[in-house]
Write a protein that binds this ligand. Structure first.
Ligand code: NAP
Length: 285
């Protein structure tokens, strides 16, 4: 078997095109979705991520601001800053790029964002809504994975989904989203015993570990769908995922590539969440 690719770049383009359309409609009513991105310090990877986010906002017609703040800012100054954005009616979504410098408590900062502007979906109330199956912002990366499954019309009902990784930004919310769609879900982590015995039972495997080739061909049931969230560098410095792509694509039915898979979907779902946030503040739309 040779797996079909789920192309995140193409899917992103079509979702972004519909976001752009909606922005045009909203602008006729004087509404422009607005996103504020806060970057504290000068972490080079974070600088690239925030630039890409702001650029994506511009491309779909959002209002966006990038606030680059020195790493020396105190936690209380940062909280004051967020409070101002919470009250700014032009801003519908607030994103604080992580990681934050060590002297700042990330949880306290994330919890200070108004829940209705928490477009990253990391606030405790967004997490709680997901646990309870209530409407709320879904964290962008697992949300993107769900869109990829939707794009191949995959019916999760009754399927066994295995999630490798249990971080609060990918693995755990991913598992809850799959559960919400009536999959039977198993979460694996670094203490899981006999991982292969579990992954071999899976109809869907989502890999969010952060280690190259953590999922190999012999661990995958023929016909399984494999979503690779990992972003690693190979020995030549090339971007690669967590899955042994060559081996696994010979046995899976569908697979996401890296690059061009989950990566582009993450920013796209941030745009979608920001659009939804703007629409919620103007319920007539
Ligand atoms: P993380 O916080 O480091 O979590 C990694 C998880 O993997 C942990 O739960 C860990 O278990 C588990 N784990 C470690 N070794 C394992 C093994 N051998 N088998 C099964 N599970 C194992 O990472 P993350 O933030 O979730 O990110 C995971 C990967 O996704 C990274 O490569 C990251 O760069 C990538 N990522 C990509 C995007 C994107 O937009 N494409 C977004 C976010 C993250 P314990 O909990 O027991 O330690």
């Amino acid at each position: 078997m040779s797996a079909q690719l789920i192309n995140g770049t193409e899917l992103s383009k079509s979702i972004r095109a519909s976001v752009t359309q909606r922005v045009k409609q909203l602008s006729k009513q004087g509404i422009t979705p607005g996103l504020a991105v806060i970057l504290v310090g000068e972490n080079p990877a974070s600088q690239v991520y925030v630039r890409n986010k702001v650029k994506a906002c511009e491309e779909v017609g959002f209002y966006s601001i990038l606030e680059s703040i020195p790493a020396t800012i105190s936690e209380s100054e940062l909280l004051t800053h967020i409070e101002k954005l919470n009250k700014n009616p032009k801003i519908h979504g607030i994103l604080v790029q992580l990681p934050l410098p060590g002297h700042i408590d990330s949880s306290r900062v994330i919890e200070s964002i108004a829940p209705d502007k928490d477009v990253d979906g990391f606030h405790i109330s967004s997490a709680g809504a997901l646990v309870k199956g209530l409407p709320g912002f879904w964290p962008c990366t697992p949300f993107g994975c769900m869109k990829m499954l939707e794009s191949i019309n995959y019916d999760l009902k009754g399927k066994h989904a295995v999630v490798m990784g249990r971080s609060h930004i990918v693995g755990k919310p991913m598992a809850l989203m799959l559960l919400e769609k009536n999959a039977t879900v198993t979460i694996c982590h670094s203490a899981t015993v006999d991982l292969k015995a579990i992954t071999l039972q899976a109809d869907v495997i989502v890999v969010a570990v952060g280690k190259r080739k953590v999922l190999t061909r012999d661990m995958v049931k023929p016909g399984a769908v494999v979503i690779d969230v990992g972003m690693n560098r190979d020995d030549n410095g090339k971007l690669c995922g967590d899955v042994d792509f060559e081996g696994v694509s010979s046995v899976a039915s569908f697979i996401t590539p890296v690059p061009g898979g989950v990566g582009p979907m993450t920013i796209t779902m941030l745009l979608q969440n920001t659009l939804d946030a703007a629409q919620k503040t103007h319920p007539a739309n």
